[in-house]
Design a protein around this ligand. Sequence first.
Ligand code: BEZ
Ligand code: FE
Length: 289
Amino acid sequence: MRDLTSDTITEAVISTMRDTKDPRVAEILESLVRHLHAFVRDVELTEEEWARGVDFLTRTGQMCTPTRQEFILLSDVLGVTMLVDSLSNRRPSQATQNSVLGPYFREDRPREADAADISGGLPGTPLFFEGRVVDREGAPVAGAAVDVWHSDSDGHYDVDVPGLDEPAMRALFRTDETGHFGFRSIRPSSYPIPGDGPVGELMSATSRSLMRPAHVHVMIETPGFQRVTTMLFPSDDPHLDTDPVFGVRQSLIERFDTYEADAGPCRGMTEVPYILLRRTFVLEPRVTD
Ligand code: BEZ
Ligand code: FE
């Protein structure tokens, strides 16, 4: 372990970890060291570049607070969050696919009854959501916990709407015996991911857009089935192909159909044109080992 060179240092570092007790920890650390060293060799990292990288990661950590997780945002924009999800949740194409959780889910959301208005009185195009939760065979899944949350028509979540003290545009529902849940709210808008930290610097250095396409987050949890953490995107959104966090899947794009106030299934329920969004969510059984 003396006089190590750029040719011998990788094996030397790995050999120091040979007594690692947990075999999975050993596997991960060995691979991490191999890939990290290979990366440094590949780009012939200079001392100045290494120092800049350390500074970037330091500031990423310093940016983190209980409500701001810059490291997860970094993972999101590097595609790691969606890659880990794809490897962990391989589902048949008929099953509802996952997307990113994002930073705006809140545990302290209100429980609401079917058809509740969760708009918090905020302005926007009325949106009626009719959801159904079924299993692989199409049988209804009753009693599932369904979380929904979304932004307002300016792209702000409730926590960022000035003067709004109560949760809005978020709620927890339970499916009924037919697997149904539903609510009324307003159409969400596209919005930028936070760009005022190190991740914003990375995005601007690489000329990437910060704009996420509009979406409604949905998370479904019930015993015996895999949890679904997903979102639905309107098919007419201009940002679908440049989502900075790679969360868009074709199967999660939906038509947000607009109806005149006196037409369609919700006629008479609004005085202005409204959107009706219908979606069936297909759950996969939980694999127990
Ligand atoms: C979101 O959709 O809420 C989100 C996801 C990843 C990063 C930022 C926001
Ligand atoms: Fe979101």
